[in-house]
Write a protein that binds this ligand. Sequence first.
Ligand SMILES: [Zn+2]
Length: 246
Amino acid sequence: MILRRLTEHVKSQNWFAVGLDFLIVVAGVFVATQVANWNTARVERAQERQYLLRLHEEVSALVDEQERDRADVMARATRMEEIAAYLNVFGTPAASVLEPVGDHCRAVITSHIYAGNITLPPTINELISTGRILLVSNEKLRMQIVRFAQAIDESGQLRHDIQVDRMVMSRKYPDLIQLSPINRDLSACDFPAMAGSQAFRNDYLDNMPRFLAYADAVIQSQQDLRRELHAALDAELSIQHEESAP
Ligand SMILES: [Zn+2]
């Protein structure tokens, strides 16, 4: 209709009207484009919020689920360091105050087990693999999510590396360690004999730094990252919890 009117105005050489028609067409296209842009932005903001809410659910659930395992692994790491201190002072008066107990035996027989959870929240995987990570408009948060995924990759690689050549202590030292057929916590360790065996000491002190690296750089650092991401998501989504995260 505008085109027919424009043709009539050109025929009648009404240049003012031609200019006006032209402006109307340009303005119409401009407004339509703006409306489409606003609509797209609105849809993207809604998608972003949905993704972040879902990620918040996953991360906060992981923090809660993994806290017991994290505490157990860190406690085992501490028991292992106490055993190293015991080996160090064995035969001196200081040895009596460091006498190992059942928890220490469990730490020895599980010193080759690095089976904790290394988990990438499914929403992070989806955001990155589909490129929708670009929907996250807060650049700092976006980088934090990407770094989380990188850290998970690195944790997996580290765990793989520290497992190479690790020693199953109870298999190599059956005279020093008697596994309980009922419950691993009831297994028996002959700590004085362990302290007197240089072969045991060497193998134990080879396993220990592997376990400490696993505890610190795989288990604890993952939980730290989850907590940091949870706090960032709380801030971004204006979520408040009744009690602060542990
Ligand atoms: Zn939260």
